[in-house]
Write a protein that binds this ligand. Structure first.
Ligand code: XMP
Length: 255
């Protein structure tokens, strides 16, 4: 079963389109057990209101891929959720393939990758290994932070039409062409979500980070075409993470 379908199943099972970004602030390495315990306890209360968990360097660096992370991924999958690694894979093909093999061996279902590196000897080996193992690749299309305009938002000459076009529109077309399982577009740029949705339709779902802490609004992002919301600090830093996760999930139902 493809990652795209697994996400649809998880969403149905949990009745939620929220992907939890399980990020915590820096702790000194001696406190790494505390970080793992914190992650486990948040998951325990939040898992009924989310469909997947996105892990970032915030946890991989202190916990280690085959130590704490593998245990966490087991917990995530045991709770009926999918595990996404936000590695922003961004290197030459051979390295990308090895990065993917390690993360998939640790149990992850999908990786986030950066289309700036291109296809041949870039992301093709990542897509090949991911398809072979039934794992997913989610491509960045337009990031959520302000500086995204300098790269994803720059105007380029379309190599096919020789017309001016925004970089992110070309990335949206590549997401379709390469058979990506998802495209990341910031909730902070709802107009871009709408534009990119027109290219992707239902073929490539849109994942939107940037809700809450970065200023994006959940309902607007979904109205514009986001299929899933990636939310970190808004939930993690709340005095009651389960209540916030539930409220966010409920707020976008039926849109
Ligand atoms: P917050 O706390 O802002 O966390 O809800 C957001 C999480 O998502 C990551 N992030 C992104 N990941 N493309 C990505 O692949 C993006 O445009 C993007 N913006 C934020 C961020 O690193 C954190 O884990």
């Amino acid at each position: 079963m493809s990652f795209k379908i697994k996400m649809q199943e998880a969403t149905k099972g949990k009745d939620s389109k929220i992907v939890l970004a399980l990020d915590f602030p820096f702790e000194s390495p001696e406190n790494r057990d505390k970080v793992l315990a914190k992650a486990q306890s948040i998951l325990k209360v939040v898992h009924p209101y989310i469909c997947a968990v996105k892990i970032n360097h915030h946890l991989v660096l202190p916990l280690g891929t085959f130590d704490g992370i593998r245990r966490l991924v087991e917990q995530i999958r045991g709770q009926g959720l999918l595990a996404i690694m936000d590695a922003k894979v961004n290197d030459i093909g051979n390295t990308n393939q090895v990065i993917a093999e390690y993360y998939y061996s640790a149990g992850f279902d999908a990786l986030i990758a950066n289309p700036f590196v291109g296809w041949e000897e870039g992301l093709k080996p990542l897509f090949d290994v991911s398809k072979r193992l039934d794992k997913g690749v989610i491509l960045l299309c337009y990031m959520s932070h302000k500086g995204a305009s300098e790269g994803y938002g720059q105007t380029i000459i379309d190599p096919e039409t020789h017309m001016q076009t925004p970089q992110y529109m070309l990335f949206a077309r590549k997401a379709l062409m390469w058979g990506a399982d998802g495209a990341v577009v910031g909730a902070t740029v709802p107009d871009k979500i709408r534009e990119i949705k027109q290219v992707l339709g239902q073929h490539v779902p849109i994942y939107s980070p940037g809700v809450g802490a970065q200023g994006g609004a959940a309902e607007t992002a979904v109205k514009m075409g986001a299929d899933y919301l990636i939310v970190g600090r808004e939930i993690i830093s709340a005095s009651n993470p389960a209540v916030v996760a539930r409220r966010l999930s409920d707020s976008i139902k039926g849109i």
